[in-house]
Design a protein around this ligand. Structure first.
Ligand code: ADP
Ligand code: ZN
Length: 758
């Protein structure tokens, strides 16, 4: 088999050229298939094969080893003298599913993130189109005879007249899908064909939008607000730069009206007949956002997220690719959707870690979209109240245009943030007396209260005071969390579960709980403040379909005055009634081992604080900590976010860490610690030997979670001043190590621009 295994993506050029004749007189094509292959495979196309012609971006059926596979054509290839190639069995699509810009982005993405090309290309297709599923549907075409018959009034039967009439209004002689021709029942079609008035044909199923099954809801019934000066200035700046590639960082405090800035620019692009792609970290957490877009704009957005059925996803994806949907709102995987008429890209909450894919193809949607915006030569807006240090640095150094919104748009004040020193305080379920008094005061004043605790379950551990036993996961280096509602111990890393032991398994003393989870906090507050209504927002409490939406609605209606939750609270909700936000503990984030700890801490604190005081009533934020003098905390409270980030940048420069260096993490795991350590030691050794000058290689060190699901995890951090040096080193690993397939059940992967060192 003529594999181009390990071919360098660098060498691929995606072009629309027609292929040279070659490969024994017929055209040759590079085809990619899912699997651990860094390149594609060459096949030829016999001209006597019936069906549509091959083109880049269409699916094909190919012989592969002893079996058959579905692949995607990447590009034409020249005949390599004397090379034997196998023939394509069938071309599956009339029209390319992926256009040349999108293919180019996928080729770049595979090379940049060091992931197998076929996997990358197939991950960009909706699941329904990763197999052989045909998009061809029967269609009718009006013949010359049919036109004459219609004109001369010779057609009898109103159904036949209707069908021919509809076909006659089509431009050119384009065939029309039977499904689009009401009245074209099988007998009517048969009669028309018998008369010679129509021909039967096949076309690609039309990708209309919105789908006919869409529920009618009001669209565009809300007028835009009058923009304030800062919003106006932001919109004008982007407008005046024109419809060419430029990256804009819109840094606007929570509630400053960033969304209105997006909406104004989106409206302009839509009015110019262009498409807009909006990518957000999580859609299910922000149903308000979609609703707002629908009410403000006159088009119905196509929405792309993981909660859709395969069919829904395919319909939305195709409508965007075909250009019939002008606005698409999606989560990170929407970063690869083909755009027929690109005009503008918006990435909201650009700092959010959810924009980075954490398994398989480890891309960052924001970075992919910046690449695409440049390729398509259109503007891209990155928005956040707490931008990533990466983006801030680009803005500070002039590579991104920096726009700031410093005031809340509604006229509300930013909430005041204060620390509560909880050293030696008598705590009640994790809540200090001072916080308890504040909660009471706000509730009695008619406000709503949100309490943030980034740990679900009842208690993060069960311990024995007599002998020190702690209930741990048998497969991970982690404690088991007690979930009292279901009375089980659960591992949050591997999903292991067990019944709660009645007593300490080693000394038979009774067990007690240690630490706080959201379940316990909910219990404590419900007992202390009965009658105020309480809602818990975490993964356990919102698992059922529709539960999250109902909980959010209860908060919005004011039925729940107390809200307890994890990270879920942090994401962009707009609840005007919230006047107090309490952070149960800042300590875990302040003392995180990841070098991004301080950055993450500042981001989540300001994001959760931003939920307070969004309307007339002023907001208050109270942060409990054992270390009120922590420099990151004091700097954030006295000098603000930019000051924290400037200090962070100086520290990263000193420590030679991203974003001042280019980084990749090589992760490996195996059932034996020795094997995985030895494997990474060898990789590190090779790199130091061959690329020592250009790189620093740290490790191997155990991952922060050193054992997970029974596998030992180690990692190697590679840092370089020059990006190309980093990639050269990674290619070296791919070629030297990847092709050799390390034994002993070692799994390994490369994470370029890692954002989570866990
Ligand atoms: P952000 O996206 O920055 O958090 P939003 O766009 O959600 O801010 O705006 C916050 C609140 O202020 C929303 O309720 C919004 O309707 C309102 N708002 C935004 N811009 C204006 C404006 N120019 N005039 C009045 N209200 C506004
Ligand atoms: Zn576990």
């Amino acid at each position: 088999m003529n594999e181009v295994d390990k071919a360098r993506q660098d060498d691929f050029h995606v072009t629309g050229d027609s292929p040279d004749a070659g490969c024994s007189g017929s055209a040759c094509w590079m085809v990619v298939v899912p699997g651990p292959f860094f390149g594609g495979f060459t096949y030829h196309h016999d001209h006597d094969t019936v069906g549509p012609a091959p083109r880049p971006g269409v699916r094909v059926r190919i012989p592969f080893g002893q079996s058959e596979r579905v692949g995607v054509i990447l590009e034409p290839v020249r005949d390599e003298a004397g090379q034997e190639t196998r023939a394509l069995i069938e071309v599956l699509d009339h029209e390319p599913l992926l256009d040349s810009d999108t293919l180019a982005c996928l080729v770049w993405g595979a090379a940049y993130y060091h992931h197998p090309l076929g996997e990358v290309v197939f991950s960009a297709l909706p699941a329904a189109l990763r197999g052989e599923r045909s998009l061809r549907v029967p269609a009718l075409r009006l013949t010359a005879d049919g036109r004459v018959a219609l004109e001369e009034g010779r057609v009898r039967g109103s159904r036949q007249q209707d069908v021919l009439g509809m076909l006659a209004t089509c431009p050119g002689k384009a065939p029309v899908a039977v499904s689009e021709l009401p009245g074209a029942s099988a007998p009517v079609r048969r009669r028309l064909v018998e008369q010679g008035w129509v021909d039967l044909d096949e076309i690609t199923a039309p990708a209309t939008w919105p789908p006919s099954t869409a529920v009618e809801t009001p669209v565009g019934d809300t007028p835009p607000p009058v923009l304030n000066d800062e919003q106006r200035a932001a919109v004008t700046a982007v407008e005046e730069a024109g419809r060419v590639f430029s990256t804009w960082l819109i840094e606007g405090v929570t509630g400053s009206g960033k969304t209105e800035v997006y909406l104004a620019l989106i409206e302009q692009a839509l009015a110019a007949g262009l498409q807009v792609l909006v990518v957000v970290p999580e859609i299910s957490l922000t149903p308000q956002l979609i609703d707002r877009f629908v009410r403000r704009l006159t088009v119905r957005p196509a929405v792309l997220h993981s909660g859709l059925s395969d069919g829904e996803r395919m319909a939305a994806w195709r409508a965007v690719a075909a250009g019939s949907a002008s606005l698409v709102i999606g989560t990170r995987s929407a970063a690869f959707v083909p755009l027929a008429r690109p005009g503008l890209i918006v990435v909201d909450e650009e700092h959010d870690a959810a924009l980075k894919q954490q398994e398989g193809f480890l891309y960052h949607a924001r970075d992919v979209l910046i690449w695409r915006a440049r390729q398509m030569d259109i503007p891209i807006l990155l928005g956040s109240a707490t931008p990533s240090l990466e983006s801030l640095r680009h803005a500070w150094e002039g590579r991104y245009r920096h726009l700031t919104l410093t005031q809340r748009a509604s006229g509300a004040q930013m909430p005041a943030i204060h620390c509560l020193d909880i050293r030696a305080q008598p705590m009640e379920g994790g809540v200090s007396p001072a916080l308890m008094r504040a909660i009471e005061r706000h509730l009695l004043d008619g406000g709503q209260v949100m309490l943030y605790l980034n740990r679900r379950g009842y208690a993060p551990s069960l311990v024995c005071h007599a002998c020190g036993y702690v209930a741990g996961c048998p497969h991970c280096d982690a404690y088991l969390t007690w979930h009292r509602e279901v009375n089980r111990l659960r591992c949050h890393h591997c999903g292991f579960e067990q019944a709660v032991p009645r007593e300490c398994p080693s000394c038979h003393a009774p067990l007690s709980v240690r630490g706080m989870g959201t379940e316990q906090l909910e219990d404590v507050l419900a007992a202390r403040f009965p009658g105020f209504g309480i809602v818990r927002l975490d993964r356990d409490a919102t698992a059922g379909k529709g539960v999250l939406a109902e909980s959010l609605a209860r908060i919005a209606r004011g039925e729940a005055r107390l809200v307890v939750g994890t990270q879920m609270l942090v994401k962009g909700h707009d609840f005007p009634g919230v006047t107090l936000v309490g952070v149960i503990s800042a300590d875990q984030a302040l003392f995180a081992s990841d070098f991004r700890g301080p950055e993450r801490f500042a981001q989540s604190l300001l994001q959760v604080a931003g939920r307070a005081g969004r309307a007339e009533r002023p907001g208050e934020v109270l942060v409990q900590t054992h270390d009120p003098a922590h420099p990151v905390l004091t700097r954030l409270l006295s000098d603000g976010y930019a000051a924290v980030m400037a200090a962070e940048l100086a520290e990263r420069e000193q420590a030679e860490l991203p974003p001042t260096r280019f980084a990749a993490l090589v992760r490996a795991d195996a059932p034996q610690a020795d094997a995985v350590r030895a494997f990474l030691t060898e990789v590190a050794g090779t790199l130091r030997e061959t690329h020592g000058e250009a790189l620093s290689v740290w490790g191997p060190v155990p991952a922060p979670l050193g054992r997970r699901a029974g596998r030992f995890r180690y990692q190697l951090l590679i840092l370089a001043r020059i990006r190309s040096e980093l990639h050269r080193a990674l290619w070296h690993i791919d070629e030297r190590v990847g092709s050799r397939r390390p034994g002993q059940r070692i799994r390994w992967s490369i994470d370029v621009d890692p954002i989570d060192l866990a």
